[in-house]
Design a binder for this molecule. Structure first.
Ligand code: ASP
Ligand code: MG
Length: 407
């Protein structure tokens, strides 16, 4: 049988009629090579925002079910237009909405999870030589209600369909030509990676390399779907996100991720007794604030200091919460800093190589950058530093670990 390829085109790739026609040309070229193709599309760029804005103009908290009905229309337009463009090129094609395809999800409107896909229909169409064009971002629940998967959800739709069809590759076409060793706006010599592992991509994505929806990467890793990120505007092989192999372990550091908008909070001098950490964090989670890094110092004189980071938008609220709980816990003081950034070195090769942390810290020291917090995992070392040194630190580390060189 021919190769099955799922191609996903994001909003900028289908932003207008000309671009939709360009996508049709690309799809036709891939089909002419003998591949079976399923195309998943987003709404035209800006369209989902426009719909949400209209709904919120009427009611700041629109009924989630109706918001889904409205939002799902964006993708319905693009699947039809792309199918028309394919047919106009003599390519037999057929469009499907999420509900026509029985993309079954749970009933959590606006953030539904995919439960099952009925691949039979798609397989039949593919066998008859048709290109299938599927609306991303949407599904249907048991009761037949239209659901959506959360913003950026088309990536997840594509991966889910690829998994259901056991596709050979899921290609995510976007406006960048792959995943880079770090943000090229900060380091102009940043290099596009040919390959990266699912694990590394998850670290890079959650740390701010917003190329792909994190959920889609998780899904692809879980169901073993090779994922390729590539540009819909330029030719090139993009970046393949795949399983670890021996060769990939030779590359010690794959990339540097960073996040600017972080803030740090510290409660000083709380009793070193069971239950204190949970009380502090409960005060934060009760307000629906997400905590990132957590550090507790070794106790001294029966008291200890407790520090954690949150998104900068949550800083004021977290500080208020902490002042209240700090009083209850007889803390010596509560302090914070909202001008910090997080920087992480990521690489599966770290597992089998020693000395990465010491080299990283040495490079930062040479640049006079003070490290405020450190946390590590098997494939990552993260530090919190003063925001004003972030770019300097990223550049120095990119240089020191020679990430600009193809390995
Ligand atoms: N159109 C949806 C959004 O803007 C889904 C997607 O583009 O992935 O979030
Ligand atoms: Mg998108």
């Amino acid at each position: 049988m021919s190769n099955i390829i799922v191609q996903k085109y994001g909003g900028t790739s289908v932003a207008n009629v000309e671009r939709i026609e360009a996508v049709a040309d690309k799809v036709k070229a891939c089909r002419d090579l003998g591949n079976s193709i399923v195309v998943v599309v987003s709404a035209m760029s800006g369209e989902t925002n426009r719909i949400v804005k209209m709904a919120k103009q009427i009611d700041p908290n629109p009924t989630p079910r109706e918001l889904d009905v409205a939002m799902a229309t964006g993708e319905q337009v693009t699947i039809a237009l792309l199918t028309i463009a394919l047919e106009a090129r003599g390519v037999s094609a057929r469009s499907y909405t999420g509900s026509q395809l029985k993309m079954l999800t749970d009933s959590s409107h606006n953030k539904a999870r995919i439960l099952n896909i009925d691949a039979k229909k798609v397989e039949e169409d593919l066998e008859s030589g048709k290109v299938i064009v599927v609306a991303g971002f949407q599904g249907v629940d048991e009761q037949g209600n239209i659901t959506t998967l959360g913003r950026g959800g088309s990536d997840t739709s594509a991966v889910a369909i690829a998994a259901a069809l056991k596709a050979d590759e899921c290609q995510i076409y976007t406006d960048v030509d792959g995943v880079y060793t770090t943000d090229p706006r900060v380091v102009p010599t940043a290099r596009r990676m040919d390959r990266i592992t699912f694990e590394e991509m998850l670290e890079m994505a959650s740390l701010g390399s917003k190329v792909l929806q994190i959920r889609a990467v998780e899904f692809a890793g879980k169901y073993s779907v090779p994922l390729r990120v590539l540009s819909s505007f330029e030719d090139g092989d993009g970046t393949l996100i795949t399983f670890e192999d021996e060769e990939m372990e030779d590359v010690i550091i794959s990339g540097i991720a960073f996040q600017r908008d972080e803030a740090k909070l510290t409660v000083r001098g709380v009793p070193d007794t069971p239950g204190v950490a949970s009380k502090i964090l409960l005060a934060i989670s009760d307000r629906n604030i997400e905590v990132d890094m957590i550090v507790q110092n070794i106790a001294n004189d029966g008291t200890t200091d407790f520090t954690f980071t949150v998104h900068r938008n949550d800083y004021e609220q977290a500080l208020n919460a902490l002042q209240q709980v700090g009083e209850e816990l007889t803390a010596r003081e509560v302090v914070g800093d909202e001008k910090i950034a997080k920087l992480s070195l990521v690489g599966v090769g770290m597992r089998s190589h020693a000395g990465i942390a010491s080299k990283m810290f040495e490079v930062l020291a040479q640049e006079g950058v003070n490290i405020q917090m450190i946390s590590t995992s098997e494939i990552k070392i993260s530090v919190i530093i003063d925001e004003k040194y972030l770019e300097l630190a990223v550049r120095a580390l990119h240089d020191a670990f020679e990430l600009e060189q193809d390995k």
